[in-house]
Write a protein that binds this ligand. Sequence first.
Ligand code: 6GU
Length: 299
Amino acid sequence: MSDFLDENHSATGAVDTTPDTPAIHFDVFTLFPQMFVSPLSESIIYRALENRLISIALHNIRDYTIDRHHICDDTPYGGGGGMVMKPTPIVRAVESVLARSAGWSLPPEDAYENLPPWEETTPATRPVDTAVILLTPQGRPLTQTVVAELHQFKRLALVCGRYEGFDERVRTQLATDEISIGDYVLSGGELAAMVMIDAVTRLVPGALGYALGAHQDSHSPGLGGLLEGPQYTRPYTFRGEPVPDVLISGHHANIDRWRHEQSLMRTLARRPELLETLPLTAADRAFLKTHGWQPRSPG
Ligand code: 6GU
């Protein structure tokens, strides 16, 4: 099952100017690879795959079990409820895949039966520019800063947790990082892995079809980490509510200033804690104070 996304989609007819080697390769390790198929088959990510800006290989952890029942979880030592993901299939899967070049996945006919040789007792060395990331609610929070950091790697192994979590040896011996996408509980790391793939892909040059790209999004450098303000398109009046005059004035300096002030006001109203750590100008600070801002750190 794992290679449907990495086949070489070559352009028909037109001259192919797409890169041979994607900027970044994602290896996803999961018990539910099918969860990824539809979300990765649309829009920005699909186009990035098609243009070989990124590549993704899905790996079913269960394919790397060698016991009769292909068991990936077990009861916790010390008792208590729930099940824990066994370390061996995960470590075997990740080490087997990372020992091979980006794009490799286990041929379906080899699952369980004909696995590549693997050193049970000796850890494999991890290739350079590669991170092995666990997706769990205990991870460090994913922010745009973390996304920018992950975008520096050539290869990201995303290991999706299920049940009550991983055997701790997966952390101590395999993972280089552990990430959560927020303070709420999901049924597994799969949706979080998709969120990460989406956020990282948006930073790959050429992945967004328009010039400004990710730079002008909320939380991004172009907006100085502020939230994006209100936006309007046609019709000019919708159910009696018109577009603000400044946007149809044609006065670009005024429009830029209005947008910046709207960003400041929206951030103040919705995420005031963000303002404490952003690089605000003296004018920004004065403007915010006229709108009721009381900074925790005066300056
Ligand atoms: Cl990465 N996994 C799970 N299971 N729940 C989460 C999460 C991850 N991030 C937030 N909640």
